[in-house]
Design a protein around this ligand. Structure first.
Ligand code: ADP
Ligand code: ASP
Ligand code: MG
Length: 409
């Protein structure tokens, strides 16, 4: 007998009909004689609705109260799914994160899972029940409710699969696998049969929201077989695997993008040791994460310093920089929150020169101006104006023939 963890996202549990459909899928899987643990998200739109409600009460609600509120979304769907399962004759039992005892640290709204108590789940499974667990939430040692960051139900599912040594963790969603890029932006995107953990991690961290980054980290670390597939249509989906030396690597596996970016520039900064620290120190101090950083070559003993942050932190970062600008005797601060980051990802990139040139040539042909560039061994990221997002993604998809099966390289 095998053990599977199924995870169903917001769209898949977005209406009573869809929840009944999930129940059918679970019952079908169970009829093969396997044990099933189901993790569900809140109904689609619910977490956003709760966030908006909170902001009607308080401009900056406390993160502790935010978690108490946000965790309610998943509490609704676990109960409804258990009811649907029981109505169809399948014994089931639902648990919130706290009831399982998914122990987390106390970093409210972005907590990390520390430990999972599997006793209750194991005894339910042994008694023949399907166990339904609320995604995205846990509890601290002190008994406070926490949430794991947006998209966190993926991480709950993988963490449960790791803790219970499940045979596979199946992430059921509204697309039938991981594609070369978001199929909503590029209809010619191609589903991948397999993708390595390394590539999936890079895609997720560069903005592909199909899996939460932490879920991929967790799966890689604990060797959890992970598959992304559709909750609406049958199919093999995409398997996230370890790199196999024998398998030839495609040059580029996909294109990720991130709309949540903003960029800030301090102009006319005196070019002397310590300025980068003087600029970024106060930003880090305010808990603002910095992504790309570019410092121009100095002219006239001054330089321009540019970096990107999450769009939500843009105003705060701008205020901090104004103060730094005065203190440093720099010329001025400018900013732009209508930019996006587009990234080309592929482990095959490592061994090939000329990828960047091909990328920039394709963008130039479409008249897309590149505002920033950053590279690593397996990715090239560019920042462009938001209005070019779709065009840039489609242009690169075409330029690297991603709609076609890769030839051996
Ligand atoms: P769920 O609610 O099931 O967790 P999400 O909305 O979080 O679903 O993730 C699925 C969505 O991810 C898809 O609808 C798709 O628009 C988006 N997506 C982004 N990049 C990709 C990609 N490379 N492959 C597949 N889907 C992607
Ligand atoms: N409901 C949460 C969200 O919308 C968690 C999840 O869906 O994974 O982010
Ligand atoms: Mg998701």
């Amino acid at each position: 007998m095998a053990l599977f963890v199924h995870k169903y996202g917001g769209t898949s549990v977005g209406s009573p009909e869809r929840i009944k459909n999930v129940a059918k899928n679970v019952i079908r899987a169970r009829s093969r004689g396997d044990d099933i643990i189901v993790v569900v998200s809140a109904m689609s739109g619910e977490t956003n609705r709760l966030v908006a409600l909170a902001h009607e009460m308080h401009e900056r609600p406390s993160t502790r109260e935010m978690d108490v509120l946000l965790a309610t979304g998943e509490q609704v769907t676990i109960a409804l799914l258990s009811m649907a399962l029981e109505a169809a004759g399948c014994p089931a039992c639902s648990y919130t994160g706290g009831q399982v005892r998914i122990l987390t640290d106390d970093a409210h709204t972005k907590a990390r899972i520390l430990d999972i108590d599997t006793d209750r789940i194991r005894s339910d499974l042994a008694a023949g029940r399907v166990v339904v667990v609320a995604g995205f939430q846990g509890i601290t040692e002190a008994g406070d409710i926490t949430t794991l960051g947006r998209g966190g139900s993926d991480t709950t599912a993988v963490a449960l699969a790791a803790a219970l040594k499940a045979d596979e963790c199946l992430i059921y969603t509204d697309v039938d696998g991981v594609y070369t890029t978001d199929p909503r932006i590029e209809p010619k995107a191609r589903r991948l049969d397999r993708i390595t953990f390394e590539e999936m991690l890079e895609m997720a961290s560069l903005g592909s929201k199909v899996l939460q980054i932490r879920s991929v980290e967790f799966a890689g670390k604990y060797n959890v077989p992970l598959r992304v597939l559709s909750s609406f249509a049958a199919g093999p989906g995409t398997l996230i695997t370890y790199e196999e030396a024998s398998v030839e690597k495609p040059l580029i596996s996909g294109i990720a993008f991130n709309r949540d970016e903003a960029k800030l520039t301090v102009k006319g900064v005196p070019d002397k040791p310590g300025v980068a620290y003087q600029i970024l120190g106060p930003v880090a101090h305010a808990n603002i994460e910095v992504d790309m950083i570019v410092q121009n070559v100095a002219e006239d003993a001054t330089t321009d310093f540019t970096f990107t942050v999450h769009r939500n932190d843009y105003r705060k970062a701008l205020d901090i920089l104004q103060a730094t600008c005065t203190a440093l005797g720099a010329r001025e601060v400018t900013g732009d929150d209508k930019i996006v980051k587009v990234s080309l990802v592929g482990v095959g990139m490592r061994s090939h020169a000329g990828i960047a040139a091909r990328m920039f040539e394709a963008l130039a042909r479409e008249g897309i101006n590149i505002r920033m560039i950053s590279t690593s061994e397996i990715k090239i990221s560019i920042v462009v104006d938001e209005k070019y997002l779709e065009l840039a993604v489609r242009t690169l998809h075409e330029a690297f023939n991603l709609d076609r099966e890769p030839d051996a390289v």
